[in-house]
Design a protein around this ligand. Structure first.
Ligand code: PRX
Length: 705
């Protein structure tokens, strides 16, 4: 077979036919859930394509194993077992699905009230072995990655063999530069095979990666590098997105000036433009070519750190969510297979960037652990035109398409012909993630994109949960999907809704704070460097339960509908942002003594930040100049997407007598629901409300002009 990809020509265009393949025979109750057992076409009530396709029957688990016993259970019984006997359920899954260097001795040791979470104790394994070597042994020429580059029609395919070799070269490169087990490594790269190899190279040697979304500013990157005390950074000279260049190396240069822990910056060439190289900089392609394509994997404890991923909370500083080895890998692989009905030979298309948890779990770890062909989408939904996603589906024959509602809301504004002109017959499952999906977007996705024949799963989960926790699938055969609803807990997930007094709400047709009352293997283990914050944020609000920060409604049928965040976290285009983070950035302006940021609905982005700004009395510059400076501040301190869509200058903010800003009132002013202000007995000076309503009224009129 023609070599498709090598360190020397990492970014070059190259194509081959995908090898026909069969994946590892992970027998774990797969027969039960992924296929209808009705004997032929036309017999399944749902007319699922799964019944009509000619996928070969998976091997039956060997008699006498747990898997063999579990594969006989119905979905309902399996779910019940996952809650009543988690040791048996997860123990058999881990033993069957993962390759261990040393078998685990105990399935779990967890105590949610104290934030102690350990799974598969005593076991040793290597995640990169499970994602690469096990597949290379069986089918080295199977395509692992299809890199859908920004330039349409220039995709690059990378086989499992090639990805293993590159991962090993990269792992050896890191080792030769002093990176060892436990060291933190920052990855600031666009979606690309090299970014995936970098993650897996860290996993191979036991280094802990922290991928930073390549849209974050130098200050945001520096903050993460400093918090994690990273020893090295991997980046590219430039990124390319939507036809535009992004100067990644320049951003890293600015960031590492304040990061003394960084000893090396490895720079790959994505474009022709040579990077300006400094003392700490190493040319990645060049140095990798001197290293062997074999690297012995480090045996790691189940609970050694795999990665940190920074995400926003309700306080100012993003937190480094810690995920560990075995539990995370098992959970992502199981959810990848069952939530999306993944089967051998599928081309799994998750559109997320590797800088977010969705990219970690469903572009990289879940699919690769299952031996899948996974798509790396480098571009945007509208480049070069609004047909980009569907043209890609046609060209790559994508079977599962997993995207964000914000992109769907953008695309449905265009003519349907942008979808219809492409062949989407390869699609079998559609998925949505990251924010609530509205009915219009759900129906458009289901009927226009999926022609009404593909199950569409709204998947609810979080950076902290590691993988999907609530989704319509898996379910009993034929169970209908309720539009725009996440519906059912995954195996091992026990949702509980809590009332205002902290009491668990029983019965259906109720709303409350969404908690999960049993540990599961994919859940986060800590906040890097601040375990107490981990306990306080997730386990203190409702002792003995994991608190998600979201509210939810349980319908009369017992299905779950996510109603949105209950804290000061907002979701802009599917990206999570703390309003406090934006306030901290704005407050750095010398003319701004005080700000308050809230999230308000937006028809495409879901939510956008709205900033209320108090200016000092005798500021030199005119307010419009200051507001522009504030926009620039947020761009440099966080990222462009965090810049408030609205700024309203006010004289004062509504506060309680103890000085706490009452954002609830600001929300009501903007939403024009001040007729019902709720309890204002703690408001220090009620006249402030009238003042703000007037200022907002003026602002609205100005905007309309
Ligand atoms: O508010 C929920 C929302 O996104 C938050 C998690 O954000 P993040 O950690 O960045 O992970 C996003 C990708 C998993 C949640 O607390 N969210 C995520 N999925 C959904 C959702 N809200 C409603 N419906 C969803 N399907």
């Amino acid at each position: 077979m023609k070599t498709m990809w090598s360190p020397g020509k990492l970014w070059n265009k190259c194509r081959i036919n995908m090898a026909a393949h069969r994946s590892r025979g992970a027998g774990f109750f797969r027969t039960l859930l992924s296929r209808c057992r009705t004997p032929g076409p036309g017999l399944c009530q749902q007319q699922h394509r799964c019944c009509l396709s000619s996928v070969p029957a998976p091997p039956t688990p060997p008699p006498g194993t747990w898997s063999h016993q579990l594969s006989r259970l119905s979905h309902r019984d399996l779910y019940r077992l996952s809650l009543t006997d988690p040791d048996r359920f997860w123990g058999s899954a881990a033993a069957d699905r993962l390759r261990w260097v040393k078998p685990f001795e105990r399935v779990r040791d967890c105590e949610l009230s104290s934030g102690k979470i350990s799974w598969f104790l005593g076991g040793k394994l290597n995640v990169s072995v499970n994602c690469l070597d096990v597949h290379v042994e069986k089918h080295p020429e199977r395509v692992a990655l299809i890199w859908e580059r920004d330039e349409p029609g220039t995709e690059v395919k990378v086989t499992y063999r090639e990805l293993l070799e590159t991962t090993c070269r990269l792992a050896n490169t890191l080792k030769s530069h002093g990176i060892q087990k436990g060291d933190r490594v920052a990855i600031y790269m666009p979606v690309s095979p090299l970014a995936v190899a970098a993650m897996l190279a860290c996993a191979r040697i036991g280094a802990v990666h922290t991928v930073v979304f390549a849209g974050f500013s130098s200050e945001a990157l520096a903050g993460r590098i400093q918090d994690a005390q990273c020893k090295a950074v991997l980046t590219c000279n430039q990124g390319v997105r939507g036809g535009r260049l992004v100067h990644l190396k320049a951003t890293v240069d600015a960031a590492v000036k304040t990061c003394p822990s960084v000893q090396h910056v490895f720079v790959s060439q994505r474009t022709e433009q040579p990077a300006v190289m400094g003392e700490r900089d190493v040319s990645l392609e060049e140095v990798m070519s001197h290293h062997a394509s074999v690297c012995p994997p480090e045996p790691l404890d189940s609970e050694d750190f795999l990665f940190l991923l920074y995400t926003s909370g309700s306080t100012g500083k993003p937190k480094g969510i810690v995920h560990t080895q075995a539990g995370y890998l098992l959970y992502t692989s199981l959810t990848h297979q069952y939530v999306f009905d993944y089967r051998d030979g599928d081309v799994f298309g998750c559109m997320a960037d590797v800088g977010w948890i969705t990219g970690h779990s469903y572009v990289v770890y879940g699919p690769l652990c299952n031996g899948a062909t996974t798509v790396l989408f480098e571009s945007t939904p509208v480049y070069p035109d609004p047909g980009r996603y569907w043209e890609t589906v046609e060209r790559l024959r994508i079977t599962q398409f997993y995207g964000a509602p914000t992109a769907l809301r953008l695309l449905l504004k265009y003519d349907e012909s942008w979808v219809k002109k492409y062949d989407r017959s390869s699609l079998r499952t559609l998925g949505s993630v990251g924010e609530p999906i509205n009915h219009e977007a759900w129906h458009w996705f289901h009927s226009v994109v999926g022609d009404g024949r593909c199950p569409l799963v709204d998947t609810w989960w979080q950076t902290e949960t590691g993988g999907v926790c609530i989704a319509p699938r898996p379910a009993e055969e034929g169970a209908p999907i309720v539009p725009a609803m996440a519906m059912r807990p995954f195996f091992g997930i026990q949702p509980v809704l809590m009332g205002e007094e902290g009491e668990a709400l029983s019965g259906d047709s109720v709303s409350g704070a969404l908690c999960i009352s049993q540990p599961w293997p994919g859940m986060a283990r800590s906040i890097y460097g601040d375990h107490q914050r981990f306990i306080d944020a997730y386990f203190k609000p409702f002792p003995g339960h994991y608190f998600t920060g979201d509210g939810a409604y349980r319908s009369e049928d017992g299905y779950y509908q996510i109603t949105g965040r209950m804290d000061d976290v907002i979701n802009v285009s599917g990206h999570r942002l703390g309003t406090a983070e934006i306030e901290d950035a704005l407050d750095e302006h010398p003319a701004v003594p005080e700000t308050a940021v809230i999230g308000i609905p937006h028809d495409i982005k879901g939510e956008v930040p709205f900033a209320f700004v108090v200016l000092k009395e005798d500021v030199g510059d005119a307010p419009p100049v200051i507001l522009q400076q504030l926009r620039d501040l947020v761009t440099t301190k966080i990222a462009k997407y965090a810049v408030p869509e609205h700024f309203l200058v006010v004289k004062r903010l509504p506060k309680t007598r103890s000085g706490k800003i009452m954002r609830r009132i600001l929300r009501k002013v903007v939403m024009e629901t001040t007729g019902d202000l709720g309890d204002v007995s703690t408001l220090d000076d009620p006249s402030v409300v009238k003042e703000i309503i007037e200022a907002h009224e003026l602002y609205r009129k100005e905007k309309k002009k």
